[in-house]
Design a protein around this ligand. Structure first.
Ligand SMILES: NC(=O)c1ccc[n+]([C@@H]2O[C@H](COP(=O)([O-])OP(=O)(O)OC[C@H]3O[C@@H](n4cnc5c(N)ncnc54)[C@H](O)[C@@H]3O)[C@@H](O)[C@H]2O)c1
Length: 255
């Protein structure tokens, strides 16, 4: 097991990519703290099947709430005595284009995807990962944050309904934040990296048309394929890698 007895916090763990990350980290021996707006009972039960030797803790909170974040991080440390891994995964994606974009939707995506990533990263590093002189932070961004929105649409061949400008801006922000923090904390034994998925079959992409024919690998990705990339960044084996963005996108954004 690659992360035996380590402690991982995963946001957005009740379904989709977050649930896959939680299960993969548990399979490799980590105790997992499941954070989501929704109940994480199903993920918890699946983890008990995958690896009965690991403990889970769950928090049903809105990660945009700074006090809730500080509280859950503190409680995690009280329960386990350390925090080794943080996976900032929870996210929202409005599909309004620029003309239709509202302040409310803009704020929702920016606060969930970017501001909450700041809250959690700050809260786990200072003081816990710094005291341990060890930590792994993995931020889930998106190729939308690199190429300015994926070319998906409500209808095949249409780009109406592609992930919107707030989403692209938030994910681009996550990438810049990842690099910035990586430079600050490398000397503390903490690595900060990002996985940028392309189209993956989850609730966010359900019913949307992705033009996978334009990709090198002509299909949608699976949540497990993203989780395996996260595992690499979450493990000790990635010790000399920081501030990096790994695109896991079937070749949709090569270069
Ligand atoms: N599915 C894709 O194609 C794709 C592509 C690129 C990036 N991503 C990113 O991957 C991450 C996971 O997305 P997914 O596809 O699994 O979607 P999903 O909707 O299945 O999962 C997102 C989870 O985040 C939780 N969440 C949302 N807002 C929250 C909040 N304020 N507080 C706490 N929890 C909250 C949701 O309840 C949900 O369980 C997101 O950051 C998303 O932007 C997904």
């Amino acid at each position: 097991m690659r992360i035996h007895d380590q402690v991982a916090i995963v946001t957005g763990a009740s379904r989709g990519i977050g649930a896959a990350c939680a299960k993969t980290l548990a399979r490799e021996g980590a105790h997992v703290v499941l954070v989501d707006l929704l109940p994480s009972e199903e993920t918890k039960q699946e983890i008990a099947q995958i690896n009965p030797n690991v403990k889970t803790l769950s928090f049903e909170v809105d990660i945009r709430n700074k006090e809730a974040i500080q509280d859950l991080v503190k409680q995690t440390h009280e329960e386990f005595g350390r925090i080794d891994i943080l996976v900032n995964n929870a996210g929202t994606a409005s599909r309004l284009d620029l003309e239709e974009m509202t302040e409310e939707m803009w704020d929702r995506d920016i606060e969930t995807n970017l501001k909450a990533t700041f809250f959690l990263t700050q809260a786990v590093i200072y003081p816990y990962m710094k005291e341990q002189q060890y930590g792994r932070v993995v931020n889930i961004s998106s190729i939308s944050g690199i190429i300015g929105g994926h070319l998906s649409g409500f209808e095949p061949g249409s780009t109406k309904g592609r992930s919107g400008p707030a989403y692209a801006a938030s994910k681009g922000g996550v990438i810049a934040f990842t690099k910035w923090v990586a430079k600050e904390v490398g000397s503390l034994g903490i690595a900060v990296n990002s996985v940028a998925p392309g189209g993956v079959e989850t609730a966010i992409t359900k019913g949307m048309a992705y033009n996978v024919d334009n990709q090198s690998i002509k299909r949608m990705g699976t949540t497990e394929e993203i989780a395996e990339a996260v595992l690499y960044f979450a493990s000790k084996e990635s010790a000399y890698t920081t501030g990096q963005v790994l695109k896991v996108c079937g070749g949709a954004a090569i270069g």
